[in-house]
Design a protein around this ligand. Sequence first.
Ligand code: SF4
Length: 444
Amino acid sequence: MLPIKNVDESVLKDLAIEEKIDIEFLKRGVLSGRIVIPINVKRDYVKPVAIGEGLRTKVNVNIGTSGSVTDIDMEIKKARVAVVYGSDTIMDLSTGGNIDEIRRILIEASKPLPFGTVPIYQAWIEGVRKYGGMGIPSDWFISIVERHLRDGVDFMTIHAGISRELARKAIKSTRIMPIVSRGGSMVTVWMLENNEENPYLQHWDYLIELFKEYNSIISLGDALRPGTVADAHDFLQIEELVNNARLARDAVSKGVQVMIEGPGHMTMDKIVADVKLMKSLSGGIPYYVLGPLVTDIAVGYDHIAAAIGAAIAAAAGADIICYLTPSEHLSLPNIEQVKEGLIAAKIAAHAGDLIKLGERAIKKDIDMSIARARLNWNTQIDLSFDRERVRNIKNQFGDAIRGCTMCGQYCVFLLLEKYIEGRDNMKWNEILARITRGQHYGYI
Ligand code: SF4
């Protein structure tokens, strides 16, 4: 039986058609834990999205208030931008204001996308307030998870992979930045102050029951992800990955859907190995990567550093990419920066899919190329990620006759026009057949 209560045969059939895969492949993926479908039983209006092996790489957008900036209207607008520009999921990372209220508002604003949260933030912030410091009982952390589940949250980051022993090692390590995960540092402080084991580990079996009951996904957080390329692939990152892989297999064996979260900052040469190692250790559990950022010096342009890493990760088998914005490391993003980060991540995901999925992903590229060769500007605009931006750039120096202002009357397609007559008959299926036959050079 599938471990997803509210996903029936017709949903699976639609997903299989959308992904251009056999429905039996999809079922096998879900049964083995290699594919997940985030839908909390409390939410019947979510657009089902399948994440995992052999599927299109998905993109997640993070929104939410901070301790410094709590502007709910802005967060609602970010959610709408994420929906309009094609995010697959949305996560609320709110740490400012009334977190319960904000979550419920943002779940509505994010419809119809699956919605995720990071419950440690609320548990820690409200726990400190309620208990006057770090004397927060361990089951308080679980009660906040329950609150999120009751609200219909479809997937949650759970920082269970960092044990007390590992947290101690991290603090004493020679890393430049011992811990850069906000949730990871919160759980670390709690463990060190109370000399207790990670609350999510203490209550792991109960967590499993909860997530099963609500049909929500445990996304195992990477508290020890490297925060600089200099700290990548050290024993801390790998030890946490091993812990997460063990927990993931346990969850799957008990009928709970699970993902594992990944780095972080990492040079390009380590990314493929990272994805392969994670998949191998976990038995193919969906990998949810943040970036990876391939350099630490792209401040102001970190969405580009992350997109480069994300493209490599997707090509190597990563399943869902968390976007980064140009404001990463600097500020809470504004609405425009959310849009920029999302589009950068979508380009990265698609670039990865051209390798990972091959001809299943290439149709839009070919349609764009045909439109480009025919100087069909309307189709190029329609196929773009941001029509308004493309239209504005096209017209920024006024119009050019048929071509564009880059080459003006020396447009190659105009120069060659009379010699390439008949090419207007090029058909998508003929081009695909040529690619499939391996005739990439187009000789007659
Ligand atoms: S003018 Fe130049 S850049 Fe513009 S469409 Fe023609 S060849 Fe391409």
